[in-house]
Write a protein that binds this ligand. Structure first.
Ligand code: AMP
Ligand code: GLY
Length: 410
C-alpha cells in the first residue's frame, strides 16, 4: 500500500507517525503533498489537484489522506475519485458542513440535531431586525472558511451590530458575504471525531481542546493551545452524546451522504443537553494528536477498511492512561507570531519519551527554526505524561516561546 498524506502541520505529523507504526506499509511508501518539516523525501510538487492525482497514480498511490479543510472544500477528493484513488476526506458537497455554516445549520435543523437558534443574513440593511430576534447579543459567524477567525462573541448589541456590519462588508472577503447570528450558549466544549464510510459512523471518545491562548481560558481564541484525551464525562453526558451520535448517523443515512471521511462535531455540553457549535470535516488540531497517541491499533488498517465501506468491522481501542498534547507557540500568536528563531534542545524530549511534532517549523540543514504561530507539539500518554511534557517544554528553547501551563483532563 502506498499512501499520500496531504498537509503540513502537527496534525499531519501525528498522522505520519501513526502511519509509520502500520505493518501494512514501509516508510518509503508514504508520499507527501504541501507538507511540513517532518517530511524529507517523497514530496510531490504540483500546480493543481489533477496534476497531483496523476502523479500519485503514476507512483502507485492507492490512498489519499487529507489533513486540512481547504483542499476538501476545493474538491480534492472528487478529483482523486476520478482517478480511482481511495480517499479519506469528504467530497466537495459534504465539505460544506464545514465550509458553509448555513449549510451545516440547515442540515442540523432538518434532522432535529440540537444547535443554537440562528438567523442567516446577507445584507447589512437587515442586521437591526435580525438582532431584535435575540434577547442577548448573539455570536456572529462568517458563513465560509476564515482560518479559525470567523467567529466573534460580542458583549453588547452595539458591538454585535458593528461586527456584523464589518463581516458583511467583506472582512473575510467572500467567506463573510453571508453571516450567521447565533444565540450564545454556555457550557463545556468537546471535540468529537467520527469516521463515516457511507454507511457506518464510528466515533472516537471525545477529546478536550484548550482554545484560549492563556491559562484559565483567558486571552485570545486560537487554533488550540493543547489537548487532553479522553474527556471526563458523567454517565448522563455520555448518554447525551450517544443519543446525538444516533441522530447524526440517521441524518447522514437519510441524506445519503456519499463520502468517506472524518466528521468533527464541535459540541457544547449545556445544562439540558448537548448542542453542536460547528462541524469540521477533518480531525481537530491539536486534539487528534493526543487521541492518536492513545490509540492502540493500526490507523492505516482503519483507513483502508473505511475506504472499502467496512467500518462496521472496526473496533477502536485505547490505552487506559490519558494522553496530552501541549503546544509551544511563538510570541505574537495568534496575530503576528515571531518567526525565524532557532530552536534548541529538541533532543531532550527523547530522555522523557515525549514525542515532538512539528507545526510551524522550518528545517535548514540540521537546524530547526520557528516558522509559524504554533511551533511544536509535545505529546505523551501515561500517568506521568504531563510532568514529562512540561519538563521538556521548559528545556526546549527558542526566542519568544509561550505555552499554557494548565493543560489537563477536564
Ligand atoms: P466555531 O468555529 O463555530 O466552533 O466557533 C469557535 C468558538 O467560538 C467555539 O469553539 C466556541 O468557543 C465559540 N462559539 C461558537 N459558537 C458559539 C455559541 N453559539 N455560543 C458560545 N460560544 C460559541
Ligand atoms: N482545535 C480546533 C480545530 O482544529 O479546529
Amino acid at each position: 500500500m502506498k499512501v499520500l498524506l496531504y498537509g503540513s502541520g502537527a496534525r499531519e505529523h501525528a498522522l505520519y507517525e501513526a502511519l509509520l507504526k502500520s505493518p501494512l506499509l514501509n516508510k518509503k511508501d508514504i508520499y507527501f503533498a504541501k507538507t511540513g518539516a517532518f517530511a524529507d523525501d517523497n514530496i510531490i510538487v504540483f500546480n493543481d489537484y489533477n496534476e497531483l492525482a496523476k502523479k500519485a497514480l503514476e507512483l502507485g498511490v492507492g490512498l489519499l489522506i487529507v489533513g486540512p479543510e481547504a483542499p476538501l472544500a476545493q474538491g480534492i477528493c472528487d478529483v482523486f475519485k476520478k482517478y480511482d484513488i481511495m480517499v479519506i476526506g469528504a467530497n466537495k458537497y459534504w465539505a460544506q458542513l464545514e465550509s458553509s455554516k448555513s449549510f451545516a445549520k440547515e442540515f442540523m435543523s432538518k434532522f432535529g440535531i440540537k444547535t443554537a437558534q440562528y438567523v442567516v443574513l446577507d445584507n447589512v440593511l437587515n442586521i437591526k431586525d435580525a438582532l431584535m430576534k435575540f434577547s442577548k447579543p448573539p455570536v456572529i459567524k462568517a458563513d465560509g472558511l476564515a482560518a479559525g477567525k470567523g467567529v466573534y462573541i460580542p458583549k453588547t448589541f452595539e458591538e454585535a451590530q458593528n461586527v456584523a456590519c464589518d463581516f458583511l462588508n467583506g472582512k473575510f472577503a467572500e467567506a463573510s458575504g453571508k453571516i450567521i447570528l447565533e444565540k450564545r450558549l454556555f457550557g463545556r466544549e468537546l471535540s468529537l471525531f467520527s469516521l463515516w464510510d457511507g454507511k457506518t459512523l464510528l466515533s472516537f471518545p471525545p477529546a478536550c481542546d484548550f482554545k484560549k491562548l492563556l491559562d484559565n481560558d483567558e486571552g485570545e481564541n486560537t487554533g488550540g493551545m493543547g489537548s487532553a484525551f479522553p474527556c471526563d464525562l458523567s454517565n448522563k453526558e455520555k448518554k447525551q452524546i450517544e443519543s446525538y451520535l444516533a441522530k447524526l448517523q440517521k441524518a447522514l443515512e437519510l441524506s445519503k451522504a456519499d463520502f468517506c471521511g472524518v466528521i468533527y462535531s464541535g459540541l457544547m455540553l449545556c445544562e439540558d443537553d448537548v448542542y453542536v457549535l460547528e462541524y469540521n470535516m477533518r480531525f481537530g488540531d491539536p486534539e487528534i494528536q493526543s487521541v492518536l497517541e492513545n490509540f492502540c491499533g493500526d490507523i492505516l488498517d482503519v483507513f483502508i477498511k473505511m475506504s472499502q465501506g467496512r467500518l462496521c468491522e472496526v473496533n477502536l481501542n485505547f490505552s487506559n492512561e490519558p494522553s496530552y498534547c501541549v503546544v509551544l507557540a511563538s510570541f505574537g500568536y495568534p496575530f503576528s507570531p515571531k518567526i525565524g528563531c532557532e530552536i534548541y534542545n529538541l533532543d531532550v524530549a527523547k530522555n522523557y519519551e515525549v514525542k515532538v511534532l512539528y507545526a510551524g517549523v522550518k528545517k535548514q540543514k540540521e537546524k530547526f527554526f520557528t516558522n509559524g504561530g504554533r511551533v511544536l507539539n509535545l505529546v505523551k500518554t501515561g500517568k506521568n505524561a504531563l510532568l514529562d511534557i512540561y519538563e521538556v517544554a521548559d528545556k526546549i528553547k527558542f526566542d519568544g516561546k509561550i505555552y499554557r501551563k494548565d493543560i489537563k483532563l477536564r
